[in-house]
Design a protein around this ligand. Structure first.
Ligand code: C2E
Ligand code: MG
Ligand code: MG
Length: 582
């Protein structure tokens, strides 16, 4: 501990120095305020003892200077005053001195005052560290809702899990993801979206406080834009209880939101996980709850899922595919198979749909139903999609050169390719490079297009159309069908989803939908192509509706190019019959 003494009286100064050094302090001495200030600035002391009356710069001036300097502003100062005049003392204290002693003082008195000040300053030091810590924690809060961020939530969760491990009590985490929240932002603006998020935070927080008496202040967090999490501790908690809590939280968020004169109805998906049954650390607990949420989402709005270990395997598989897909294209592991499209009334071949196939060097065949969503998620579908278009167009151009005419080549487009922004240029380039006449290329789009900015998708569709290519709506009837876009999109054909075709002969509802789709498409001047036709009965039913074309296993699966070329002769019912018998 370093003490600085400012005292002009030599005998007093030496006496003080000697006394304090005996007590183990390291002491510096100054003959006036000026000297003391210079010493203090060179190395900040732990305490300053100062006389009041000194030449050059007196004690008051020294106190003032010490307090004014940021380096010394908090150093404890004890005044040594010869006068017991209260007004002098008050003047010093007002300037920022912490204590005073009246000369002559006893040794014990002096040591007591010094120790008390040093102890107090150590407390202050701790307090300021605590405040700094608090400020740091405050930064770990989400600026919009003031809820803990992921980091802070993770820390408190770690504490809870540590406690749970000791007391052998479970800890649960529920992640909640708002469904279609981006639509709120897109249609009503980010300001309204923000208000909704704040209200969500408020509801969750209140619920945890009142219903669950959550003592833990950090029991609710905002992990991402529309992603929230709560932790459950204490009380009996099993998977069943966790499920009940999930539903209650979901119900809480399904109550209408009144924002800026709008009444909004939202839903949330939930994913949950439990320590110690399903995770052995806070990190794993949160990760597993998120993974469960990830798996709940495809189940549609308002779905809830509890973590199971197979989910991790699925996540790991997706990750593997994600990494491998980037390599697959360069490594030449992707190929196209072609499925014939047939005119229903005559059996003649009218086109092919190009379908991606991936043979991984160790995993073997990976189904497009599995890897396309992964490719979409990572965005690599844009590059892959271009390759598909090039390869399919080149194949079609080669067949054309070999004398096969009157057919179209259909390729599937991902919404991502529209959003990427250069689709029209790609199409144009592919046509120019391959020499394929534009009307022989058909682009299959899906209804999820309707979820994106109408003006950009519309202008891209029209631009493609202007190039002369054909446009078809794939998987019609399963997505976000809306009659209004059907009218506005320049489509040539609708493809009825196989889900309807599968049951047309068995399910009156599916038959009615199929009939309605065909009638509607015709009234808009579009032709209809049925997907997934597997039986003669389905074929006959579709024929009775005047559906134009179809594709399906009844005549042919998607096949490699050499086999596909054999289909140019068309198909007969006898062939189909034979096919069915094999
Ligand atoms: P899709 O475009 O609706 O393709 C039709 C799917 O139905 C193909 O599945 C095809 O093999 C299958 N199929 C055809 N006839 C029958 C039948 O009679 N019965 C049954 N049960 N299924 C039939 P596949 O090849 O597994 O492709 C699945 C989906 O992957 C495609 O659905 C498409 O959405 C996507 N996809 C495939 N290739 C590409 C591509 O190059 N780009 C993009 N963006 N998506 C692609
Ligand atoms: Mg398709
Ligand atoms: Mg389809």
């Amino acid at each position: 501990m370093k003490i600085l003494i400012a005292e002009d009286e030599p005998s007093l100064r030496e006496n003080l120095q000697w006394m304090l050094e005996l007590e183990g302090f390291s002491v510096q001495v100054a003959r006036d305020g000026q000297e003391a200030m210079a010493l203090a600035l060179r190395g900040v002391p732990d305490l300053v003892l100062t006389d009041v009356m000194m030449p050059n710069m007196d004690g008051y001036a020294l106190i003032k200077a010490l307090r004014a300097n940021s380096g010394t502003s908090t150093v404890p100062i004890v005044m040594l005053t010869a006068k017991a005049d209260r007004s002098d003392v008050r003047a010093g204290m007002n300037l920022g001195a912490d204590d005073y002693l009246t000369k002559p003082y006893r040794r014990e008195e002096l040591l007591e005052a010094i120790r008390a000040r040093l102890a107090r300053s150590a407390d202050l030091e701790l307090e300021s560290q605590r405040l700094q810590m608090q400020a740091r924690i405050a930064q770990q809060r989400d600026a919009l809702t003031s809820l803990p961020s992921r980091t802070l939530f993770g820390q408190t969760l770690e504490d809870s899990v540590d406690e749970g491990r000791i007391s052998q009590t479970p800890v649960g985490v529920i992640c909640l993801g708002l469904d279609g929240f981006s639509k709120v932002n897109d249609s009503l603006g980010a300001a309204v979206g923000d208000m909704v998020l704040c209200e969500v935070a408020q509801r969750l927080y209140q619920h945890m406080r009142t219903e669950l008496q959550a003592v833990e202040h950090e029991a609710v967090a905002r992990l991402g834009s529309d992603l929230f999490a709560v932790q459950l501790t204490g009380g009996p908690l099993g998977l069943a209880e966790l499920g009940v809590h999930s539903v209650r939280l979901q119900n809480l968020l399904s109550k209408p939101f009144e924002v800026e004169g709008h009444t909004l109805f939202l839903t949330a998906c939930a994913g949950s996980s439990l320590f110690p049954q399903q995770a052995d650390s806070a990190h794993a607990l949160l990760l597993n709850a998120e993974s469960a949420l990830h798996h709940a989402k495809p189940g549609g709005p308002g779905t809830a899922a509890v973590f199971d270990s197979a989910m991790n395997q699925r996540v790991a598989r997706r990750l593997l595919l994600h990494n491998e897909l980037h390599r697959a294209l360069e490594a030449g592991e992707l190929q196209l198979h072609y499925q014939p499209q047939v005119r229903l009334k005559t059996g003649e071949l009218v086109g092919f749909e190009a379908l991606l196939r991936w043979k991984h060097k160790t995993l073997g065949w990976v189904s497009p139903a599995e890897f396309i969503p992964v490719a979409e998620e990572s965005g690599v579908i844009v590059k892959i999609g271009e390759w598909v278009m090039e390869t399919a167009a080149l194949q079609a151009a080669q067949w054309l050169e070999r004398g096969h005419t009157n057919f179209r080549m259909a390729v599937n487009l991902s919404v991502r390719q529209f959003v990427a922004g250069n689709l029209t240029e790609s199409v144009q380039r592919v046509l120019a490079d391959t020499g394929l006449p534009a009307h022989m290329l058909e682009l299959e789009v899906t209804e999820s297009l309707a979820l994106h900015s109408v003006s950009t998708t519309l202008s891209t569709l029209h631009a493609c159309k202007a190039l002369g290519v054909k446009l078809a709506m794939d998987d019609f009837g399963t997505g976000y069908s809306s009659l209004s876009y059907l009218k506005r999109y320049p489509l040539d054909a609708l493809k009825i989803d196989q889900a309807f075709v599968r049951n047309v002969t068995r399910d009156a509802g599916d038959a009615a939908i199929t009939r309605a789709i065909v009638a509607m498409a015709h009234s808009f001047g579009m032709s209809v192509i049925a997907e997934g036709v597997e039986t003669m009965d389905q074929l006959d039913f579709l024929s009775s509706l005047n559906c134009e074309d179809f594709q399906g296993y009844l005549f042919s699966k998607p096949v490699p190019p050499e086999e596909a070329e054999k289909c140019f002769g068309g198909f007969t019912r006898t062939q189909a019959q034979l096919h069915l018998n094999i």
